[in-house]
Design a protein. Structure first.
Length: 151
């Protein structure tokens, strides 16, 4: 029979937890290993929200949509490249490439931080914020869908 572990039991394996309600209304549940890799369950309990654009110098993030919808953005060659992530959709970030996400109301996302997590960093990208945060979720989604039909 499996044995339940409490917080003290997790510490034995170098696992920590950190759960927060973010300023934008998201609720995040984190599980982090001693190597810096982590799992985050993010639930958007409010209206559609953009997160803060950022990049990482070495670590990568895999974003998986459990339910709801995400507009995923990357900053490449001076422009915001947007794509829709439906339930079951996913994206993997590239070190040094700024990214952002806009979550629809009720969206649940799993994020796995992996790779070289020995020196976790978070590098703000005001350039991508300037291109994404001015868009509502509906406008961002419309841009994605229009780009698909124009291609």
């Amino acid at each position: 029979m499996p044995q339940k572990l409490n917080e003290r039991g997790l510490a034995e394996f170098g696992i920590t937890t950190n759960h927060e309600r973010m300023e934008n209304g998201e609720v995040r549940f984190r599980l982090t290993g001693r190597d810096g890799s982590s799992y985050i369950r993010c639930e958007n309990t409010g209206g559609p929200v953009w997160e803060n654009s950022h990049s990482h110098s070495a670590l990568r993030e895999m974003v998986i949509v459990q339910e709801g919808c995400v507009v995923f953005a990357e900053y490449r060659e001076g422009t915001a490249r947007l794509r829709e992530l439906p339930p079951g959709g996913w994206a993997v970030t590239v070190p040094g490439v700024p990214h952002n996400e806009c979550l629809a109301r009720g969206t649940v996302v799993h994020t796995v931080k992996f790779g070289d997590c020995s020196h976790p960093d978070w590098i703000a990208s005001p350039e991508l914020d300037a291109l994404t945060k001015r868009l509502s979720f509906a406008e961002a989604l419309e841009t994605v869908r229009k780009t698909k039909t124009d291609a």
